[in-house]
Design a protein around this ligand. Structure first.
Ligand code: PAF
Length: 282
């Protein structure tokens, strides 16, 4: 596996190796888990050449403590990528991604970034779209792979691709879960033992939501979730929303459309976790 850390070396590598080949790209911030590896595997199935990037993007952190405590496991990550059969990894410095003269592009996401993560993490999606656009510009892949755990991020990236009229396919990949149901996340590494046990209750509540819908109204289901978190001493709810999968706007009733998604963000100790579950109502 080729390890490349500068834009010029990467351009040279791609010029020599990606000519006439289909190129699949998996952007990450490292601290890789099986969820990331499933993206690499999907990319390997669908492309001749697969490149992963590891870059902890400072512009998408609205909280400096969060950035500081973000796990750094580069040696383990490189081993995992090698084992998975990834062909190359791009590990740029911040100066490579954001050179002095680089102006990050601006986008209009309409209502997509006004809810949930966008509402609770000001500037986050601007940072995500900026770095993904910069990475796409450097790598120029035919396909790029993202996990559905960050469902709103996926919508933002698809909108950015549309606004820029980029010729690439965004491939959404399903959430991978631990044995107790907790969605895999790099942040799980930071959980204290008590919080780690409690965090399994997030998915259990989402499953209960799936059971309650559509017997109970959207408002009743939301109230049930809010109550369950109020009674929980280990988990602090930031938001729980039932929204449309297509535009992420709040669903007021189950009959409004068929494809809803339940989205949650909460704190387990000091660690912020997100999760979601598709709710298809027939
Ligand atoms: O999902 C992530 O790991 C990051 O938000 C991404 C897409 C790599 C951009 O930094």
């Amino acid at each position: 596996m080729k390890i490349i850390s500068t834009v010029s070396d990467l351009s040279l590598f791609l010029k020599t190796n990606a000519k006439g080949q289909s190129l699949g790209f998996v952007p990450t911030m490292g601290a890789l888990h099986s969820g990331h590896i499933s993206l690499i595997e999907k990319a390997l199935e669908q492309n001749d050449l697969v490149l992963c990037s590891i870059f902890v993007n400072p512009t998408q952190f609205n909280n400096s403590d969060d950035l500081e405590q973000y796990p750094d496991r580069i040696q383990e990550d490189l081993k995992a990528l090698e084992k998975a059969g990834c062909h190359a990894v791009f590990t740029p410095t911040t100066a490579e991604i954001y050179p002095k003269d680089y102006a990050t592009k601006k986008y209009d996401f309409g209502l997509l970034d006004k809810v949930m993560e966008g509402e609770n993490r000001p500037g986050h999606f601007e940072g995500v779209a900026g770095v993904v656009s910069r990475l796409f510009d450097i790598v120029k892949p035919q396909k790029a792979y993202f996990g559905e755990k960050d469902f709103q991020q996926l919508a933002i990236i698809k909108s950015m691709v549309k606004q820029e009229q980029l010729k690439l396919e965004i491939v959404a990949c399903p959430i991978l879960r631990e044995a107790d149901g907790l969605a895999m996340s790099s942040r799980n590494l930071l959980l204290q033992p008590k919080s780690r046990i409690a965090a399994a209750r997030i998915y259990k509540r989402l499953l209960q939501v799936k059971k309650l819908a559509p017997k109970q109204s959207v408002a009743q289901v939301k109230a049930w979730v809010e109550r369950a978190f109020e009674e929980d001493n280990e988990l602090n709810l930031e938001y729980f929303e039932i929204v449309s999968q297509s535009d992420l706007q709040a669903s007021s009733s189950w009959s409004e459309h068929k494809e809803h998604i339940a989205c949650i963000a909460c704190y387990a100790g000091s660690i912020r976790l997100i999760d979601n579950l598709f709710l298809e109502i027939n």
